[in-house]
Design a protein around this ligand. Structure first.
Ligand code: GLN
Length: 282
């Protein structure tokens, strides 16, 4: 089979499975299997795809047709211009989360100590360390399997950068010690009753513990705010990613907890996405 024929076959299979970006995804799977790039389809469409490559490509197409997310098949996702490894133990990094990282970067100073609560793939913490100077970071997650992914990402992405990064398996703050200048978190925030209505890629394949925010979706904000009383320095800053309709509720929770200058930032779709504020000195 030629490269262009393999692409067409894949595109048809994914279109029939109802995948909206069927062409794009077929091309990406083919590139993954053949170790090729985006120009190959345009310039080398007549090159042969050998039988081993064909059969791995077919297997990937079949899994994708079952709605397994593309990123779990290619085992990678770009985030903040960096290449993160992912697997089914971690949430796939979202472009919206870059808004959170950028807001933290605007407020970060050299040498600060950062805690990333519910670090997952480590995408937030590792990007912050990669794009700042001399900061130290601790990534916390309840899942040892997720932390294996985060550690691998830190090794790959921060290799050669003089930063201090550590990961800790802990149920929220249970095993955390010390005080931090910045606490950042993209915690699970989907209301439990909404999970069944999510797209199958998310509902059936992304880790449920990375999604489920309890009955009203706000459980983790409550608990992290509580924990920040003992682990966020006075004058330190707390940053949350939130769901599109949680801006008001989470801002109020932060103000009630004594945070000052509480602000909400929107994502590229114009929806509330980030809430942050400063712990008072009182
Ligand atoms: N912090 C990770 C991310 O933003 C994981 C978030 C989560 O598991 N809810 O991708």
């Amino acid at each position: 089979m030629t490269y262009a024929q393999a692409y067409e076959t894949g595109k048809n299979i994914l279109t029939k499975a109802g995948i909206s970006e069927a062409g794009l995804e077929a091309r990406l799977l083919l590139e993954h299997v053949c170790g090729t790039g985006r120009n190959d389809l345009l310039v080398h469409g007549d090159r042969p795809v050998d039988s081993v490559q064909c059969s791995s490509y077919e297997q990937l197409l079949a899994r994708r047709a079952e709605r397994l997310p593309l990123q779990y098949l290619t085992e990678s996702q770009e985030f903040m211009g960096l290449d993160f490894a992912v697997n089914g133990h971690v949430l796939i990094p979202r472009q919206d989360t870059e808004i959170l990282v950028e807001e933290v970067l605007r407020n970060l100073h050299d040498g600060m100590e950062i805690l990333d609560m519910c670090t997952g793939s480590g995408c937030i913490l590792i990007s912050l360390l990669r794009y700042s100077n001399d900061c130290a970071g601790l990534g916390v997650d309840i899942s040892g399997d997720a932390l294996r992914v985060a550690r691998k990402n830190a090794e790959n992405i921060l290799n050669g950068f003089p930063v201090k990064v550590q990961f800790l398996e802990s149920n929220l703050f249970e095993s955390v010690e010390g005080m931090f200048d910045v606490i950042v978190s993209n915690p699970p925030y989907i209301p439990a009753g909404d999970i069944e209505g999510l797209m199958p890629e998310v509902r059936d394949y992304e880790p449920r513990i990375a999604l489920d925010g309890g009955e009203d979706g706000l459980d983790f904000y409550r608990k992290i705010l509580e924990g920040s009383r003992c682990h966020l320095k006075k004058g330190g800053m707390l940053f949350f990613e939130i769901g599109y309709d949680q801006g008001e509720a989470v801002s109020k929770m932060m103000k009630d907890a004594g945070f000052l200058e509480v602000l909400v930032r929107k994502d590229y779709a114009g929806l509330d996405r980030v809430v942050f504020g400063t712990r008072s000195f009182a």
